[in-house]
Design a binder for this molecule. Structure first.
Ligand code: SAH
Length: 271
């Protein structure tokens, strides 16, 4: 059973001026002594765990954005959102040094936070759907597979309203704990089976899935607005997944198959 979306009672939005989504209390803390960032083999700075403050993650995020641009991500809103959200806030302490590397990281229960390049690619595709507003943002969107909540928060920067659904109770709670101090009013976390979509929020300008099944469930297509777009991994050949884009118009559905991807499986039911 899906629970109703939580609407926090505070209207505060992410304060971009602080350079991230880390809670204000942490942002206001005295600045620690500067820590020299190590550099990985591929040139990425590694932020030591002890230095995981907002200020110290700024260069790492900027470097990540440079990499995303080099890989062809060009949407200014997507790049700005990726450069704003503290990915290290969503991973366990021991993994903080890897938070800005382009790698998927474990978040518990056999699930992973997606690679930054994959998040950016999917969100850029989502944004290229037909329903951006005058401010460049999408309206209401559905995020299937909240996981730790990272992508939902990034989406909250580029969409007016995000409904993010997770089937694993522990991860839903973890995401809720991750988001609580951020005081984000436009991201709603739901515990439920995303295979059924989330009808209460429909119609959606966009739907994005971080878990791949045999096919895109009909519910997602039903709950997509005309002009809207779905971006999701689906089974291609046995043991393989491809990223697909589905555009819905009054004339029908158009599906485009893109590159091979590797997402966790889309499963049914709440656990
Ligand atoms: N976007 C996430 C990625 C999490 S991995 C992040 O930023 O961390 C994908 C998630 O999809 C997993 O947490 C998995 O439990 C979830 N998932 C799989 N099938 C699902 C379903 N039917 N409904 C909701 N969530 C599902």
């Amino acid at each position: 059973m899906a629970t109703p979306p939580q609407r926090p009672g505070f209207p505060a939005r992410i304060d971009l001026g602080r350079g991230g989504t880390t809670p204000p209390a942490r942002a206001a803390a005295p600045r620690p002594a500067p820590v020299r960032a190590a550099v990985t083999g591929d040139g990425l700075p590694v932020v030591p765990a002890a230095a995981s403050t907002v200020r110290d993650s700024i260069p790492a995020r900027a470097r990540m954005v440079q990499q995303l641009m080099a890989e062809g991500i060009s949407d200014p809103l997507v790049l700005r959102a990726m450069g704003t959200v503290d990915r290290h806030h969503f991973v366990d302490g021991a993994l903080v040094p890897q938070a800005y590397e382009d790698t998927a990281l474990p978040i518990g229960l056999g699930q992973t936070i997606s690679k930054p390049s994959v998040v950016a690619r999917m969100l850029e595709l989502l944004m290229q759907g037909g329903l951006r507003g005058d401010n460049g943002k999408l309206g209401r969107v559905l995020d299937i597979g909240t996981g730790c909540g990272y992508q939902a928060v990034v989406m909250g920067q580029i969409c007016e309203e995000v409904y993010s659904i997770e089937r694993l109770r522990d991860l839903h709670e973890k995401a809720r704990a991750n988001l609580r101090p951020m005081r984000i009013a436009n991201v709603h976390l739901i515990l439920g089976d995303g295979m059924a979509g989330f009808a209460k929020g429909a119609p959606y300008a966009g739907i994005v899935a971080a878990a791949g099944g045999e096919a895109v469930p009909d519910a997602w297509i039903d709950q997509l607005a005309y002009g809207g777009r779905i971006v999701a991994p689906v089974a291609a050949a046995p043991g393989q997944q491809a990223l697909i884009v589905i555009d819905k118009s009054r004339q029908g559905i158009r599906q485009t198959v893109l590159e091979a991807v590797n997402f966790v499986p889309l499963k049914s039911g709440v656990a």
